[in-house]
Each structure stands twice: as structure tokens, then as C-alpha cells.
Design a protein around this ligand. Structure first.
Ligand SMILES: Cc1cc2nc3c(=O)[nH]c(=O)nc-3n(C[C@H](O)[C@H](O)[C@H](O)COP(=O)(O)O)c2cc1C
Length: 200
């Protein structure tokens, strides 16, 4: 069975513009893949904590040597890793907040970057282990950044996902959302049309 993992990170949860676009992708994908399974991870509804020392300590301790406290500290990360390992398609709602992804999405990324599980180092350098996945990122912005040096969000997300082995990544932008209702409606309409093409 094909599995799609939808990760939304708007503070507005399902009401966010990025969530609206990712929802549209999922609805279109579901029509094309009626037997496909959809798993939703809403980071506003269920916040991921910042990475703490106890969790990182547990990352570096072999599973069989972990204390019960370390096991408890690593449980969420293990769950998130298993969830993305099982996904064939990953859809990420990634609005721009203060020039980059929402901090809760960074916290999610911090929990899924696991040496030996999602990446490893070889003599030739780092090797991503989350391969064979299609990823679509929905980035909504108040201003205009895509394709300019001011867009530090896109290269960061691309680099992070690539490090974990996810290299088939498409970005859908809806920009200028703070430039008035007319511009916002135009940008969302174009992004919805692009979304539909990508999901079909
Ligand atoms: C806390 C916060 C910070 C923001 N920072 C930026 C920014 O740095 N650049 C920008 O273009 N828009 C910024 N915006 C506007 C959002 O990118 C825009 O409203 C977008 O639609 C939010 O997506 P969402 O509705 O999915 O949360 C910010 C909005 C919020 C709430």
C-alpha cells in the first residue's frame, strides 16, 4: 500500500495557507490513489519539543544500553523516524516565519536526523537512508523571495532533506500573501493549480 505522510507546521494548524495547499495535494492524491493511506502529523496540534540533552544522549547510546529515562526521551524520535521511513510520499506545509521554516518544523527535523537510522557516514561522506520518497513542500510567504538570494528557506530545506536521502523534492510557493487580498487570491489560485498537477 502506498503511504503519504502529511506534515503541517503552520501555527494556524488546519487554517493555515500552507495547510490549505497541502490539504489540496492530499485530496487530489487520494482521488488518484484511493487505496493509499494518509498519515497526518500536525505540528501545531501536537508540538514537537526542542531537542534536549537527554534525547541527544539517548541518540548516542546503543539501544540495548539505554536507561529507562533515555528510552522515554527517545520514544518520540523513534516514532517520528518509523513514520517517515514508512512513507512513500511526504507532503510538508512549510510557511515562512521570520525568514525560515517554523521553529516547530525545525524541531521535527532535529528529531528525525538520526545517525545510523536516517543517515550514516561512509568513507565517501554522508549517506542519506530515507531514499525512494517523493517530497512536496508548500511554502507560503507574506513577501516575495522564491528564486532570489533572500530565500534561505528553500536551500536549507533542500539540503536537510537531501542529507537524509530525500532528493526528489518539489516546492510549491504562494508568495506575496501580505500584498493585499487580490494578490493573495491570485497567488493561492496559481499555487492550487500547480498543486493539482503535482498530485495527479
Ligand atoms: C510569526 C510569523 C512570521 C512571519 N514571517 C514572515 C517572513 O519572514 N517573511 C514573509 O514573507 N512572511 C512572513 N510571515 C507571513 C507568512 O509567511 C504568511 O502569512 C503565510 O501565509 C503563513 O502561512 P500559514 O498561513 O500556513 O501559517 C510571517 C507570519 C507569521 C505568523
Amino acid at each position: 500500500m502506498t503511504t503519504l505522510l502529511q506534515i503541517n507546521s503552520s501555527v494556524f494548524s488546519t487554517g493555515g495557507q500552507s495547510s490549505l495547499l497541502s490539504d489540496h495535494y492530499v485530496a487530489t492524491w487520494k482521488k488518484a490513489n484511493p487505496s493509499g493511506k494518509v498519515v497526518v502529523r500536525d505540528l501545531a496540534a501536537n508540538e514537537i519539543p526542542h531537542l534536549g540533552g537527554a534525547t541527544v544522549g539517548a541518540f548516542f547510546t546503543p539501544a540495548e544500553a539505554r536507561t529507562p529515562e533515555q528510552q522515554a526521551a527517545i520514544t518520540l524520535s523513534d516514532e517520528l523516524v518509523a513514520e517517515i521511513q514508512a512513507a512513500d510520499v511526504v507532503v510538508i506545509g512549510a510557511p515562512m516565519y521570520n525568514f525560515n521554516i517554523p521553529s516547530v518544523l525545525k524541531a521535527y527535523f532535529d528529531h528525525i536526523a538520526r545517525a545510523g537510522l536516517t543517515f550514516k557516514y561512509s568513507e565517501a561522506g554522508p549517506v542519506g537512508l530515507l531514499t525512494g520518497k517523493k517530497v512536496v513542500v508548500f511554502s507560503t510567504r507574506g513577501g516575495l523571495y522564491a528564486g532570489t538570494p533572500s530565500d534561505v528557506e528553500t536551500p536549507f530545506v533542500r539540503q536537510f532533506l537531501g542529507f537524509l536521502g530525500m532528493t526528489d523534492v518539489s516546492f510549491v510557493y504562494a508568495e506575496g500573501l501580505a500584498y493585499g487580498e487580490e494578490k493573495k487570491a491570485e497567488a493561492m489560485k496559481a499555487a492550487l493549480a500547480e498543486t493539482e498537477k503535482l498530485a495527479a
